[in-house]
Design a protein around this ligand. Structure first.
Ligand code: ATP
Length: 247
């Protein structure tokens, strides 16, 4: 059985198509339940890569298959549906809605996906019960869950709300874009452990962007966007030099 959740072939991207691509990924397969660390310098293209994977940005060259579906072959509404039904995203800035309660923030994905809603119902819970369970598992106290506004939570607590929102409905893929950049080392590690635990429970595949290579041993696979692109440039340069020598 093919266990791959994400398959990438010949991906190249630049905002300006006439320029040399700054993202170049010749090939990458990410398996079910696998945890992938995405490294790279600031501005190397990590967020752009996640946006290509989630279908927010259309592909200009190459192939990304999500659960066997090639994003380049489907309409933008189908890409939106794949994202809503099969992915959960933790954004760098969390993107919580300040006028909604903590629980309402976590429930947002359920309003966009019958698939996620049905998964929760099949397990005999309501979406609200599941939101509360996830928030508790991620370490929020009852008072924070039920009484506080999201704007009254600390950065670490907001990040846990954002994680619960990504995890609700057990999507096959969790994309986390530097979710711990505002936290100290101890809290970053604690958050990562909680996230890994929840992903393992659901067999979710996790793609986790971080600058911190010290966490690498917690992941089965890691890629550096910068290295891929750099290796490609070196190969292209060598290829050109070889051509010039032989002519
Ligand atoms: N909407 C956009 N239009 C044009 N260029 C963009 C756009 N968004 C990002 N870029 C550029 O694309 C490059 C990659 O940006 P990206 O945000 O993907 O990097 P990153 O690796 O996630 O950075 P950081 O670690 O600082 O968050 C940068 O040079 C950035 O200026």
């Amino acid at each position: 059985m093919n266990n791959s959740i994400i398959e990438i072939q010949g991906l190249q991207f630049n905002w300006d198509k006439s320029k040399v691509p700054f993202i170049t990924i010749p090939g990458l397969v990410v398996l079910k339940s696998e945890h992938l660390l995405i490294k790279g310098d600031s501005g190397s293209g990590k967020t752009t890569f996640l946006n290509l994977l989630s279908g927010v940005l259309p592909l200009s060259s190459g192939e990304i298959k999500i659960l066997g579906e090639n994003l380049a072959d489907v309409s933008s509404s189908k890409r939106d549906a794949i994202r809503a039904n099969h992915m959960g995203v933790i954004f760098q800035m969390f993107n919580l809605i300040p006028y909604l309660s903590v629980i309402e923030n976590v429930l947002i994905p359920i309003h966009f996906s019958e698939v996620k809603k049905n998964k929760i119902q099949t397990r005999g819970s309501t979406a609200k019960e599941e939101a509360i369970r996830l928030l508790s598992e991620l370490g929020l106290q009852q008072k924070e869950i039920h009484e506080k506004k999201v704007t009254e939570l600390s950065v670490g607590q907001q990040q846990r709300v954002a994680a619960a929102r990504a995890l609700i409905g057990s999507p096959e893929i969790i994309l986390a874009d530097e979710p711990t950049s505002a936290l100290d080392e101890k809290n970053s590690l604690r958050f990562l452990e909680l996230l890994l635990k929840e992903c393992n429970k659901n067999n979710s595949t996790l793609l986790y962007v971080s600058h911190d290579s010290r966490i690498q041993q917690r992941f089965q696979q890691s890629i550096s966007i910068h290295d891929f692109t750099e290796n490609m440039r070196i190969a292209e340069k060598k290829g050109k030099e070889a051509m010039e020598c032989s002519s």
